[in-house]
Design a protein around this ligand. Structure first.
Ligand code: KG4
Ligand code: ZN
Length: 280
C-alpha cells in the first residue's frame, strides 16, 4: 500500500525530471515501455495506468516489459554490441535465476532459487546483524574489514549438475551462529560474520554460473540485478575466468539496481520489431 501511494506521488515528477535531464519533449518519444511484472501488484498497476495514459494521450505505442527481462537489457546499455548467446545471472532482491539467452526474446531458465533470493539473504542477514536496509551495500562494507577465515558457513550446491540455488540453509546457519555466540559477541564479530556469509553466497553464484556457461557452450556471461553491484562477486568472477576463454560483462552499478533505463532498452528492442501491447 505504501509503495503504491509512493508510485502515485512520484511517477509524474520522475518522468518530468527524466525528460528535462535528457532535454527531450514528449512529442519526440517513439513509445512508452513499462514493467508489467513480476512485482508488487499495486505499484505495477499504478505504473501501467500512467504508461497507458501517456500512450493514449500522445498516440504512441505502449509496451509491457517483464521486469527480469529489463534487468538483462541493462547489459545492452553498458555494451550496445553485446550479442547472444550468453548466460546471464540475474541476482536481485526478489529473484535469483540463471538464464540462457539464445537470442533476444528467447530465454531458457536453467535454474532459479528454491527459497530466498540472493539479495533477500543479504537483506535478512543484515537485519540479524542490525545493519539496516538494504542489506547488500552494508554487508559488503562490513565484509571489507572482516576475517574470511572466522567461520565456514554452508554452501548449497544441491545435487550434481543442478543450476538451482538455495540460500535458506545459509541464512539459518548465520541465525544459529548469531544466537549461539550471543548479542555481545556478535557486536564484535559483525565484520567477520558479514565476510563469511558473503563468501558463501558469492562462491555458489560464481561456480554455478561458470558451470552453466561451460555446459551450454557459451563464451559470454552477463550479470544483472542489485546483487551484481557486489565488488567481491565481480572480483571472484574475474579471478575464476581470467585464464579461460570466458568473458564476463559487468553493467555499471547504477544499471544493475532497479532503473527505468533498462525497461526502456527492452522496450526499444520490441518497438523496433514492430511489437506493442494492447491497452485492454
Ligand atoms: O535489482 P534490485 O535493485 O531490486 C529488485 O528487483 O529486487 O536489487 C535489490 C537487492 C537488495 O536485496 C540489495 O540488498 C541487493 O540488491 N544489493 C546488494 C548490493 N547492492 C544492492 N547485494 C550485495 N552487494 C551489494 N553491493
Ligand atoms: Zn529488479
Amino acid at each position: 500500500e505504501l509503495a503504491s501511494r509512493a508510485h502515485i506521488r512520484f511517477s509524474v515528477p520522475v518522468i518530468q525530471q527524466a525528460l528535462a535531464e535528457a532535454e527531450i519533449k514528449t512529442e519526440q518519444l517513439d513509445g512508452i515501455a513499462v514493467t508489467y511484472g513480476p512485482g508488487l501488484i499495486g505499484s505495477l498497476l499504478t505504473g501501467l495506468c500512467v504508461a497507458k495514459g501517456l500512450s493514449l494521450s500522445l498516440e504512441i505505442p505502449f509496451i509491457g516489459i517483464n521486469h527480469l527481462e529489463g534487468h538483462v537489457f541493462s547489459n545492452v546499455l553498458e555494451e550496445p554490441a553485446v550479442l547472444p548467446p550468453f548466460v546471464v545471472l540475474i541476482v536481485s532482491g526478489g529473484h535469483t535465476q540463471l538464464v540462457l539467452v539464445e537470442e533476444w526474446g528467447n530465454y531458457r531458465i536453467l535454474g532459479k532459487t528454491r527459497d530466498d533470493a540472493a539479495g533477500e539473504a543479504f537483506d535478512k542477514v543484515a537485519k540479524m546483524l542490525d545493519l539496516g536496509y538494504p542489506g547488500g551495500p552494508v554487508i559488503e562494507k562490513a565484509a571489507k574489514k572482516g576475517n574470511a577465515e572466522y567461520i565456514r558457513f554452508p554452501r548449497a550446491f544441491l545435487k550434481n549438475g543442478s543450476f538451482d540455488f538455495s540460500f535458506s540453509g545459509l541464512k539459518t546457519a548465520v541465525m544459529n551462529h548469531v544466537y549461539n555466540i550471543g548479542e555481545d559477541a556478535v557486536k564484535n564479530r559483525i565484520n567477520d560474520i558479514a565476510v563469511c556469509f558473503q563468501e558463501a553466497v558469492v562462491e555458489v553464484l560464481v561456480e554455478k554460473t561458470i558451470q552453466a556457461a561451460r555446459e551450454y557452450k557459451v563464451k559470454k556471461i552477463c550479470l544483472a540485478g542489485g546483487v551484481a553491484v557486489n565488488s567481491r562477486l565481480r572480483i571472484k568472477f574475474q579471478q575464476k575466468t581470467e585464464s579461460t576463454p570466458l568473458k564476463v560483462l559487468f553493467p555499471s552499478p547504477r544499471l544493475c539496481t532497479d532503473n527505468g533505463a533498462m525497461i526502456a532498452a527492452a522496450g526499444e528492442f520490441y518497438l523496433k520489431q514492430g511489437s506493442q501491447s494492447p491497452h485492454s
